[in-house]
Design a protein around this ligand. Structure first.
Ligand code: GRF
Length: 215
């Protein structure tokens, strides 16, 4: 059985979507460990609900980013995961970390990258009067929310709707796309070669794939 490790910092709704897909066999892998850098977050309760092993590694307890990342790696590498998934993990990772997991590390980001790396993406999209907003799933490299994009999901912004409503629409897209991408990676239908994403014919996705969602 292929092994996944999921890193979270908060709510864990994406973790739940991934855990469900593992349970139903849509993702032919098991979540071997959930790591949170924050204690007492809802994502840890969700991990429990799915009987997943979880561990809190608080970044505040480390003197530097590198030390924290080293502690993460000491936990992750001996487990020999096939894939490490950043699902709402709100930490910038150092080069050592991203290089140690090159090709096995993916992130979901709530914007149509390269627009709005970093925080407050929804607010920025609304304030700029954007017509479209969305999510990106990408391999992680050394740049903040950088790295080769695997796929994107987009929606039309309704300017009369609140930011909270937009966030909940964005979550729906995330929960639809992320488990599918993970399944394709686990099945070997998507992989990273240098800085190029390679898609096999069986993949749900392909180069420059952007799906529009009416959510
Ligand atoms: C998601 O919107 C994800 O794109 C971003 O953080 C949020 C995490 O949500 N990186 P959850 O913790 O999975 O509910």
């Amino acid at each position: 059985m292929k092994k996944i490790i999921v890193l979270i910092s908060g709510g864990g709704s994406n973790l739940e979507a991934i855990a469900k897909a593992c349970q139903t066999g849509n993702i032919p892998a098991s979540i071997e460990l959930v790591i949170s850098n924050q204690p007492n977050v809802k994502g840890l309760e969700r991990a429990k609900k799915f009987h997943l092993m979880s561990k809190v590694i608080e970044h505040q307890h480390f003197n530097s980013r590198e030390d924290f990342d080293m502690a993460l790696l000491e936990q992750i590498l001996p487990m020999e995961p096939d894939l490490v998934v950043l699902a709402g993990f709100m930490r910038i990772l150092s080069k050592n970390f991203t290089e140690a997991l090159n090709g096995k590390l993916i992130n979901i980001h709530p914007s149509l990258l390269p627009d709005y790396p970093g925080l407050n993406t929804h607010q920025q999209a609304i304030e700029n009067g954007d017509l479209m907003h969305g999510i990106s799933v990408h391999y992680v490299n050394n740049e903040l929310d950088g790295g080769p994009i695997i796929t994107q999901g987009a929606l039309k912004i309704d300017p009369s709707q609140s930011e909270a409503k937009l966030i909940s629409r964005i979550h729906k897209i995330e929960h639809a796309i992320f488990p599918k991408v993970i399944a394709d990676i686990i099945k070997g239908f998507i992989s990273l070669h240098g800085d190029q994403v390679k898609y096999e014919a069986e993949s749900h996705f392909g180069p420059n794939h952007m799906e529009f969602f009416n959510v």
